[in-house]
Design a protein around this ligand. Sequence first.
Ligand code: ADP
Ligand code: MG
Length: 396
Amino acid sequence: MAEDLCKEALKRFAAQFGGDKPANIAAFAPGRVNLIGEHTDYNDGFVFPMAIEYGTVIVGLRNDTGKCAVLTCADVGDEPNLAEFDAPKDDKPLEPGEPKWANYVKGVIDQFDNGKGIVPGFNAVVMSNVPLGSGLSSSASLEVATLFFIEQLCPDAEERTESERALLCQQAEHKFAGVKCGIMDQFISVMGKAGQGLLLDCRPPYSPRLIKLDNPNVVFLICNTKVRHELASGEYNKRRETCKAAAEKMAKPSLRDASIHDLEMKKSVLAPDEYCRARHVITEGNRVIVSIQSIQVGDYKKFGQLMKQSHTSLKDDYQVSCAELDKVVELALQIQGVYGSRMTGGGFGGCSVTLVEKSFLQRTMDKILSGYPNAEFFVSSPGDGAKVIDLTTLGV
Ligand code: ADP
Ligand code: MG
């Protein structure tokens, strides 16, 4: 997949920048889907995402002009597809600006360069098959692909660990895109492995742990509802505040430190919504741990049940689902070979994820389409994390 995307990107590079100086550096980084552990990240809890077999490639070439030119092949709406900016210098670091999409690229360059002026000018083409803004983390896949690209452009720079790379990309998104994202997307994009999910503790030192998830008879069906309700970001901030307030009233550093017993003991001091939100976070944290245990003994049925419970909890206790997500989940669950289905991501639209036996995949998609014709599907097993692509092996 990455290789095919790369071949396309090389063609676009030749068309944009001239075929006489072909790109000689390439990198790939995947998007992701969170399998269980929703709204636990900012409560210092556990998440369990997998890298998907969709991602972003960036191909390019050092140009020795002191200028950077990056073309994205994605649909970026009214913004220009070509971004041009000066390479960073020690006395003139990069700054975020227009087009906005390029801030994800510039942010990574800025964090990598760190005021040293070591990143040279280059030409590059970005090509992705992760849908933008649908909750499959096109943003982290762009950041991480950019980092793996820049590392090749600057081979003498300090070596970074996987965790350092993930945190660098998160900082890039905070500082240049102005999105205060958690750590999950960048960690899984850097560290994903085919046939494995990633158990990640969102409290430092994060302790990422790959978990085997390679049953050849099952596959994950991601269904994009293609809706995003306006209230999403306001409600997200409200949930964060409510969780913080609930943790404070329970005298815990965060909800991750609270048990169901603690919650019941403090029920009388919590407002009704604080109680329900906290109940979701606490039960969801437990579901992640039990999911890992189930997967490790090959009990996908149990894992599927936990996915279903997660959806119910997000819908009723956390109240971040919506009619469209409930619909696609409910339709999927009508098919016999479906183990579990749930909304994934922040909610109020975006995607659902369904664990289904391969032999029932088509039937499941047909069923969802019969009741929700606007559905867009992505089928994936746990995929590989970011990598350098050796262009000499592509045969182009
Ligand atoms: P998600 O990460 O879930 O896809 P975000 O809103 O976090 O959604 O990030 C989407 C934004 O990231 C896009 O609006 C765009 O600015 C940027 N982006 C992601 N992928 C690309 C790409 N291939 N080309 C240009 N911009 C991209
Ligand atoms: Mg994102």
